[in-house]
Design a protein around this ligand. Structure first.
Ligand SMILES: *[C@@H]1O[C@H](CO)[C@@H](O)[C@H](O)[C@H]1NC(C)=O
Ligand SMILES: *[C@@H]1O[C@H](CO)[C@@H](O)[C@H](O)[C@H]1NC(C)=O
Length: 536
């Protein structure tokens, strides 16, 4: 037995040594490879419970797990080819309104052979062009190369099935890699100026430590981090502005680029094997209503959005109807350019006077306010804090939504509208979770002090994608972030505005900034919520 002791010692020494090595390696990679992972709780809000937060984060990340990749270095012929794939409508070509339409999707590769695994990013829509009708529906992945969609049949008429492959699973694997290895593929800059001296340095949520001195602009209230390289000659307090520096190039290999070809495998429709449409007959007597309607927010009919939860949407056709609805109200809009579209919609009303709140910021940056003093209407817009890809925001105007919400009194005449997703697409999910957590905390506080405050959170939407933009703004990134947002605000007394479905169900092409027809429907939803029983 004696002989075993030295061996045991050796094992212990080896273990300690390897542990130490790992520790050193970790430190080295942490500092040089900037992981952008600091999901620490905020400084001020001591009430936060780190263990609960870590648990929530794990469960959130688990909920958006995407299958794959299965094989690395698969030749492109074996990857998913939308035009060789097909869908099959099950059942008769005539079905009844109120029923469900089952569609099976069979994915195949460029050789025309069935795929054996899932993970392709597909979207689905059922629509009747002549009726201005459309509904988006979830695609279920069976992880064997087949997928199903169970559309509700919500109107009578000829309805076409549209299944689109946004990305093959092989491209999603590349996006996952980028998400992990290139969190700073969009980078930012700041101008520093004092007297005759001016310098520009690179900024981001996290920058490598021990490389160059940093300026630390971490928000003291929320603890949201932000750093710039320290200018050579100027101090950190001479920062003037913030702007998008650019997009990193050469992010993917030639091999990976094959999975991102505009006419081949980015947003390409999948053909029907035989019939691509069904005739929906009027409801049969006694047929049940649409079941399970909580997985879709609504559908279009005659170009008008109809929520499936039974909410009545009024159409606010003219400015006097909108003015009557908004009389005495204050609307606060925070976020990215997709909430600014709502501001632009309202500030175009003839009676609203637009005020730019800073003299020197350029168009689009804000902050803005539009007022109608006769009717006591105030609508304001402010962009969210960094990372924001706008061109040139004054650094003094960089505000975090959470901090702004804390300044709002709230009440029955206050409406808060938040949209914040697009500028986070290139960052790890943990960063987005932390940001939403700060907003959620202040929303809860706002609703505790004034429960009658209306809070509307806008979800992400689909957009036009090409080989370049996919690496930064893919709908796949948006979908992942969007799923997190929905879960994090579930159960709170806030209204989720489902921009995802409203853009997917619509016949107009996907656009980062949805077209006016969709914005009008969104505004009608919001206004109907503000003035539910108003006679207009
Ligand atoms: C930046 O400042 C924050 C808050 O003061 C601090 O928690 C953080 O550790 C600082 N970061 C660095 C790299 O020193
Ligand atoms: C919505 O659907 C999910 C799963 O399909 C279900 O667990 C949940 O209870 C439903 N919620 C409502 C309000 O119907």
């Amino acid at each position: 037995m004696d002989r075993h002791i030295p061996r045991l010692e050796l094992v212990v020494i080896l273990l300690v040594l390897s542990g130490f090595l790992l520790f050193i390696l970790n430190m080295l990679t942490e500092s040089s490879n900037q992981k952008c992972k600091t999901p620490k709780s905020s400084l001020r809000h001591r009430k936060s419970n780190p263990r609960e937060e870590a648990k929530e984060e794990r469960s959130l990340l688990n909920s958006i797990k995407w299958p794959g990749p299965w094989v690395q270095g698969l030749s492109v012929e074996l990857s998913s080819d939308p035009t060789k794939s097909y869908f099959v409508i099950q059942g008769s070509s005539k079905q009844h309104r109120g029923g469900q339409l089952l569609v099976n999707v069979h994915m195949q590769n460029f050789l025309g052979l069935p795929k054996g695994h899932g993970g392709d990013f597909l979207i689905a829509r059922l629509h009747s062009p002549n009726l201005g009708a459309g509904v988006a529906w979830k695609v279920h992945d069976h992880h064997d190369g087949t997928y199903t969609v169970l559309f509700p049949l919500l109107w009578a008429g000829v309805a076409w099935v549209e299944i689109t492959m946004v990305h093959p699973s092989e491209a999603v694997a590349v996006l996952k890699r980028l998400q992990k290895e290139q969190p700073d593929r969009v980078f930012f800059k700041s101008l520093f100026r004092s007297g005759d001296l001016a310098e520009i340095t690179v900024c981001n949520l996290c920058l490598p430590l021990n490389y160059k001195p940093l300026c630390n602009y971490t928000d003291p209230l929320t603890g949201e981090p932000w750093y710039c390289y320290k200018p050579e000659m100027l101090g950190c307090d001479t920062r003037i502005n913030h702007y998008k520096g650019g997009y990193k190039k050469n992010l993917i290999t030639e091999y990976e680029a094959q999975f991102f070809q505009s006419d081949v495998n980015i947003k390409i429709p999948i053909p029907a094997s035989a019939m691509g449409k069904v005739t929906v007959l009027p409801r049969e007597k006694g047929e049940a209503n649409v079941k399970n309607n909580n997985i879709s927010a609504g559908y279009y009919f005659h170009g008008t959005w109809r929520p499936l939860n039974g909410a009545v949407i009024q159409q606010f056709k003219d400015s006097s109807a909108i003015t009557r609805c908004l009389r005495g109200k204050a609307l606060y809009m925070f976020g990215d350019s997709t909430v600014r579209q709502w501001f632009e919609y309202l500030s175009a009303l003839p009676n609203l006077k637009l005020l730019q709140l800073t003299l020197y910021s350029s168009y689009k940056m804000g902050p803005y306010m539009a007022v109608d003093s006769r009717n006591n209407i105030r609508v304001s817009y402010r962009c969210h804090g960094p990372p924001i890809r706008f061109s040139t925001v004054l650094s003094s105007e960089l505000r975090y939504v959470a901090n702004e919400l804390d300044k709002i009194q709230g009440g029955p005449d206050t409406v808060v509208l938040v949209s914040m997703w697009s500028h986070f697409s290139t960052f790890p999910d943990e960063i987005y979770i932390r940001r939403l957590r700060h907003i959620r905390r202040t929303v809860v506080r706002l609703l505790n002090r004034e429960p009658a405050t209306l809070v509307v959170i806008r979800t992400a939407n689909l957009q036009k994608l090409g080989p370049g933009s996919s690496l930064f703004n893919s709908d796949w990134f948006s979908l992942q972030k969007d799923a997190l947002l929905r879960v994090m605000f579930r159960g709170l007394h806030v209204q989720l505005l489902d921009a995802w479905e409203m853009t997917l169900a619509h016949h107009l092409p996907h656009d980062l900034h949805p077209p006016h027809a969709i914005i009008r429907n969104m505004m009608d939803m919001i206004l109907s919520r503000i003035c539910p029983s108003e006679e207009i």
